[in-house]
Design a protein around this ligand. Structure first.
Ligand code: SF4
Length: 204
C-alpha cells in the first residue's frame, strides 16, 4: 500500500472522472498538474466524496491524470506488442490467508491462482487475461514485476495497482523499454482491494 491513505474511487461519480480526463486533455495536462488539480478537487468536492484530506485528494487526482496520459501515449505501441503480461495485485484476492489456495512460486515470483472461488476478483481478472492471450501474474509488489518482466522479455504489459505503484511502474517500463497500460485499483489498501473488471476488459 504505497499511499499513506486509503482511497475509494467508487465514491466519485463516473461522470466526474470522465470530466477530469476531458479537462486534463483540454488543459494539456501539465497545467492541470501545475495547480488546476487543486481547483478541480475543490470544485467537484473530491476530498469530500472520498473522505480524503485536500492534499491526499490532490495527489490522487494528479496520479490519475498522469497514468491516464501515459496510457494514451503508449497505447499504439502497446497494441502492436505480441507477448504480453498482465500483472495483478495480490491484495485483491478475496482472502489472503490460508483460505486462498494460490501457491506462491519463488522462481517466478507470483501467486498462481487456483480458481477456488468464483466470486474472487483475481480469479475473474485472471480468466479475462488468459482468454486474451496474456500470461497472468498475481504479485505482491513492484520488485516481482521487475524480475518477471526482465526474465520473460515481454513486449507489452498491463498492470493493476494503486496510482503511486503505477507511477513507479512507469519508470520501470521506461527503463526496460516496454509499452504498458496502467489500471487504477478502485479501492486500495493492504487487503480487500478492488478493481474494475470492465475497465480491465476494455484495456486488454
Ligand atoms: S480464486 Fe485464486 S486468488 Fe482467489 S482465493 Fe482462490 S486461489 Fe486465491
Amino acid at each position: 500500500m504505497p499511499y499513506s491513505f486509503i482511497y475509494d474511487l467508487t465514491r466519485i461519480p463516473q461522470g466526474v472522472i470522465k470530466q477530469l480526463f476531458t479537462l486534463a486533455y483540454g488543459a494539456r495536462l501539465h497545467k492541470l498538474l501545475g495547480g488546476q488539480a487543486k481547483r478541480f478537487v475543490k470544485a467537484f468536492k473530491i476530498d469530500e466524496a472520498t473522505g480524503l484530506n485536500l492534499v491526499d485528494a490532490i495527489a490522487l487526482v494528479e496520479d490519475l491524470i498522469e497514468v491516464q496520459v501515459a496510457n494514451s501515449i503508449q497505447r499504439d505501441k502497446f497494441e502492436r506488442a505480441e507477448r504480453k503480461a498482465l500483472l495483478l495485485p495480490h491484495c485483491a484476492r478475496s482472502c489472503m490467508d490460508k483460505q486462498c489456495m494460490a501457491d506462491f512460486k519463488a522462481d517466478v515470483p507470483n501467486y498462481e491462482c487456483k480458481g477456488c472461488r468464483g466470486s474472487c476478483l483475481i480469479n475473474k481478472a485472471t480468466a479475462l487475461g488468459k482468454a486474451k492471450g496474456y500470461d497472468v501474474y498475481v504479485i505482491p509488489g513492484g520488485a516481482c514485476a521487475e524480475r518477471i518482466l526482465k526474465d520473460k522479455e515481454y513486449d507489452g504489459v498491463v498492470g493493476v495497482a494503486c496510482g503511486m505503484e503505477l507511477k513507479m511502474g512507469l519508470g520501470l517500463l521506461k527503463k526496460l523499454g516496454i509499452p504498458g497500460q496502467g489500471i487504477f485499483l478502485t479501492k486500495n489498501g493492504c487487503s480487500n482491494t478492488s478493481l474494475n473488471l470492465q475497465n480491465l476488459a476494455r484495456t486488454l
